[in-house]
Design a protein around this ligand. Structure first.
Ligand code: SAM
Length: 288
């Protein structure tokens, strides 16, 4: 891809977004995906896989803060975290900010994403790959969760959309494996697409996760480069109370964690579980 041209996203038919390309930093086919990292005047460095925007320097903090701090502060005493995917390193950066954690494992299918994002998106990982608690596994996430003897308190599926290698992370086999290696009281969360445009993916995850977890729902945040409205994050646990924590409990945990965020705060945490009526109706099977 040459510089000074437009990069068009290919996620949706009939409409989409584009970015002007000021400078291509890297563009190769890895073992699994077409990986491009380029500079854009509005969003800084942009990384895309197989024609779909994965992350940008400008708005990545919203996504990584919400997929990390909501489950970790809701859990309240997590020690072991598993990240599935996450090759750009942004989720790892946010998880490592929780000093109370003892072990952080990341299972990423594509070693190329890790190495080239470490090189070209250094602000994402921000040195967290060197955290002594961190362990990197290069594998398909579905294989790992169905074979590991380890168990975890929080599992974060920071995956691509359900196309290509990411498809396996939206299957019952994956969700069953996550349930298998979650400790009692554990929480599973996952990026689940922009519900206005990808509602079928939300309903599909809800149906499959409900076979394995007592409390399955979603929470949301709007991330500009995942365009089309709010992004929904899947939420699954056997302890429904974790989704209905008192605001003062969240506030106290946030304060004791001693982290300062750019998007997340306790009020946003509680409000994020409020879902649009059309999605609530679709989830309860009452869509008009
Ligand atoms: N924020 C992005 C989003 O919401 O679409 C996700 C970013 S992260 C780069 C997605 C990562 O998932 C990529 O590094 C990709 O290689 C990885 N991935 C895709 N399929 C996978 C699988 N089956 N097992 C493990 N990692 C996978």
């Amino acid at each position: 891809m040459s510089d000074n041209k437009l990069w068009h996203e290919t996620l949706h038919d009939h409409f989409g977004q584009y970015f002007s390309v000021d400078n291509v930093l890297y563009h190769e086919k890895t073992e699994h995906q077409d990986l491009v990292i380029f500079e854009n005047a509005a969003f800084g460095r942009v990384m895309a896989l197989d024609g779909v925007v994965q992350t940008t320097e400008r708005d990545e903090f919203i996504y990584h803060e919400m997929l990390t701090h909501v489950p970790l502060l809701a859990h309240g005493h997590a020690k072991r975290v598993l990240i599935i995917g996450g090759g750009d390193g942004g989720m790892l950066r946010e998880v490592c900010r929780h000093s109370s954690l003892e072990s952080i494992t990341m299972v990423e299918i594509d070693a190329g994403v890790v190495s080239f994002c470490r090189q070209y998106l250094p602000k994402h990982s921000a040195g967290s790959y060197d955290d002594p608690r961190f362990n990197l596994v290069i594998d398909d996430g579905v294989n790992f969760v169905n074979s590991t003897t380890q168990t975890f308190d929080v599992i974060i599926s920071d995956c691509t959309d359900p196309i290509g290698p990411g498809e396996s992370l939206f299957t019952s086999a994956f969700y069953e494996g996550c349930k298998r290696c979650l400790n009692p009281g554990g929480i599973f969360v996952a990026q689940n697409g922009v519900c206005f445009l990808q509602q079928d993916e939300v309903l599909d995850s809800h149906r499959k996760l409900s076979h394995y977890f007592k409390d399955v729902s979603f929470y949301q945040a709007a991330i500009p480069t995942y365009y089309g409205g709010i992004m929904t994050f899947a939420w699954a646990t056997d302890n429904e109370a974790l989704r209905h924590l008192r605001p003062d409990t969240i506030q106290a945990r946030f304060h004791s964690a001693g982290i300062r965020c750019r998007y997340y705060n306790p009020a946003i945490h509680s409000a994020a579980f409020a879902l649009p009526q059309y999605l609530q109706d679709a989830l309860s099977g009452q869509a008009s």
